[in-house]
Design a protein around this ligand. Structure first.
Ligand SMILES: [Mg+2]
Length: 201
């Protein structure tokens, strides 16, 4: 039986940090997992920028509340969930993702969480586990599922490489160039077609 494991940002929602960068005017915050392949380096840089600019969790949440899912994302998710099971596996944090999950109809989400101090400053981040995306795929395979994985960035590659079917959705050119053997698509209609063909539905 097939199950879909999908990334969140870039697939159903805008990149949260790029939006925060635009709203705060802090240019360096626009780097994402699409540009930097070491997640811990990326996160340490983000937290030090937030500290330097005195931005607290609630300042970031204010930006996120204004974000809308990508056009067609909600309909696509509703379609998948009407035909099979789906888990969103993300390297974002529950404190950031929640308003967007509400707008997406609350699909199942596995992600990380933040640490804040009493003043609401973000002082750290807690990965659910190392290589969390790949481990979700392996856990589901142990439960006898076959996984269709959807992602767009460097941090999705190990999940994609372990899945029975891997699809890149609107990836940046560098990710396409470095993974020429992984199929990529640019529309929800193409994703639907591949999911249907793979799962035989
Ligand atoms: Mg992404």
């Amino acid at each position: 039986m097939y199950i879909v494991c999908s990334d969140l940002e870039g697939i159903y929602t805008p990149e949260i940090w790029i939006s925060v960068s635009k709203h705060t005017g802090i240019d360096e915050l626009k780097l994402t997992t699409r540009d930097v392949n070491d997640y811990n380096t990326l996160m340490r840089g983000r937290l030090s920028l937030l500290k330097q600019h005195n931005l607290r969790l609630k300042d970031i949440q204010k930006v996120i509340y204004q974000l809308e899912p990508l056009e067609g994302a909600r309909e696509f998710l509703d379609w998948i969930r009407s035909v099979m099971q789906l888990i969103i596996v993300s390297d974002t944090f529950i404190e950031f993702a929640d308003p967007l999950m509400e707008k997406l109809g609350r699909p199942t989400l596995l992600c990380h969480h933040l640490t804040t101090d009493e003043a609401g400053n973000i002082t750290g981040y807690n990965l659910r586990q190392q290589d969390a995306k790949r481990k979700v795929v392996e856990a589901l395979q142990n439960l006898n599922y076959k996984v269709i994985a959807i992602g767009d960035s460097y941090n999705d590659i190990s999940m994609l490489r372990h899945a029975e079917k891997a699809i890149l959705f609107r990836p940046p050119q560098n990710v396409i160039d470095e993974n020429p053997d992984i199929e990529y698509v640019t529309s929800y209609e193409e994703l639907k077609r591949i999911i249907r063909e793979t799962a035989g539905i």
